[in-house]
Ligand binder design. Structure first.
Ligand code: S3P
Length: 169
């Protein structure tokens, strides 16, 4: 499972997946793939527009398609969209080519990190702790089941988290 030394960062929106991936890329020399950005590039529009024009299911299909295409990657950190672990086939694809790291954060921390952004269609109009807690708890079982390793992010720097994750490779 770990022979290719890829890292899949999973977790809720605002858990810090992109920030930790950027650290592992810039300071530790790993290749970096940002799933949302890659899908946006292929589709020629932002995630919010994909949701609006094509619907969530279409976006979920693109996520699965992209993950399956990553099977041959090595030394790569993949920052996954927050919904990726919800599909069993996605979890299977990740486990085949790397370790799955669940970045956790308290709902208050998540709110603080996402409050000024408008890139996440699922949170538009719901930027409050109650909504985030509710969606997070609905997803928690899937996140935990997908994870090989958990790393808490509240109050920690990308460097601290990144170095902790590298120990598991
Ligand atoms: C989603 C998370 C987003 C993006 C889309 C849906 C989700 O990615 O893929 O808006 O279902 O949790 P981030 O987790 O990178 O914000």
């Amino acid at each position: 499972m770990q022979s290719k030394k890829n890292i899949f960062l999973i977790g809720f929106m605002g858990a810090g997946k992109s920030t930790v991936a950027r650290y592992l890329h810039r300071q530790q020399g790993m290749n970096w793939l940002e799933m949302d950005k890659e899908i946006e590039r292929k589709e020629g529009m932002p995630v919010s527009e994909i949701f609006r024009l094509r619907g969530e299911e279409y976006f979920r299909e693109r996520e699965t398609e992209l993950l399956l295409s990553l099977a041959d990657k090595e030394n790569t950190v993949v920052s996954c969209g927050g919904g990726v672990p919800l599909r069993a086939c996605n979890v299977e694809a990740m486990k085949k080519s790397g370790i799955v790291v669940f970045l956790t954060a308290r709902p208050e921390t998540i709110l603080d990190r996402v409050k000024d952004s408008h890139e996440r269609p699922l949170l538009e109009g719901h930027k409050d702790v109650e909504y985030i807690s509710e969606l997070l708890s609905r997803r928690m079982e899937k996140y935990e089941a997908a994870a090989d390793v958990l790393a808490a992010t509240d109050g920690r720097t990308p460097e601290e988290i990144g170095k902790e994750i590298l120990k598991y490779l």
